[in-house]
Design a protein around this ligand. Structure first.
Ligand SMILES: [Zn+2]
Length: 231
């Protein structure tokens, strides 16, 4: 499969375009907060054949660009984690909740609500949803082949914040433990910041001490490489 990353907006969200090289069919993981990704796609020649928009969660920086994308691709099926509906419905008020009304966004259209372990098929691409709630009620990851698109579940050397409205820190800890049961070699594409692998995070992420303890893995000697504190 072919991958292209668009890093957009004030919060430098990574939105990912995945193309099935056989058919040219594409999926997009997350939208950014504005019309930036839609403009990028519209400018490409040939214009990508976008069939599905898969959301990791519904914070405005990840889902706020849905309306311009759906105007450009009205036929694309938009998939939202089912448990994320309460956060999605808050999009028109999220800006005020975060103290910045300019980030309140219209909701756009959801075509399909997704449960844990559900598959979305586009061309030869099989996109499997892995529910990892905590950062938000329905935060999740999309696994496509050997790639895992994790939204704000985990970052290189850090994890998604759990001090936001509707966050659940206890649930986030359980989700991180669940994530670490997936193959360590999976290539992890974070919603902000650089890529990593699950194995690298299990080894050195300071927020995974509880997982290491449960698995009997020693804490790294000489301290951690702590990553950025993203949203
Ligand atoms: Zn978020």
């Amino acid at each position: 499969m072919n991958l292209r990353c668009f890093t957009v907006g004030l919060f430098q969200v990574n939105a990912w375009l995945i193309e099935d090289p056989e058919t040219g069919a594409c999926v997009l993981i997350d939208t950014g907060e504005s019309d930036e990704v839609a403009s990028e796609l519209a400018a490409l020649t040939p214009r990508p054949d976008l069939r599905a928009i898969l959301l990791t969660h519904a914070h405005f920086d990840h889902a706020g660009g849905l309306v311009p994308l759906q105007a450009l691709y009205p036929q694309a099926e938009t998939c939202l984690p089912r448990l994320e509906r309460p956060m999605f419905d808050l999009l028109p008020r999220q800006g005020e909740l975060f103290g910045a009304p300019q980030f309140s966004k219209p909701c756009g259209r959801i075509d399909r609500e997704i449960d844990d372990d559900e598959l979305v098929r586009v061309g030869a691409l099989e996109c499997r949803f892995v529910s990892t709630p905590g950062h938000t009620p329905g935060q999740g990851c999309w696994q496509v082949g050997g790639h895992l698109f994790v939204g704000d579940t985990i970052f290189a050397g850090s994890v998604g914040r759990t001090d936001f409205p509707l966050s659940d820190p206890g649930l986030a800890q359980k989700s991180l433990a669940k994530l670490m049961t997936l193959p360590g070699e999976l290539h992890v594409h974070c919603g902000h910041g650089p890529d990593t692998t699950l194995a690298a995070e299990l080894k050195g992420n300071p927020y995974l001490a509880h997982v290491r303890r449960a698995l009997g893995i020693k804490e790294p000697r000489g301290g951690y490489a702590r990553g950025g504190n993203w949203g």
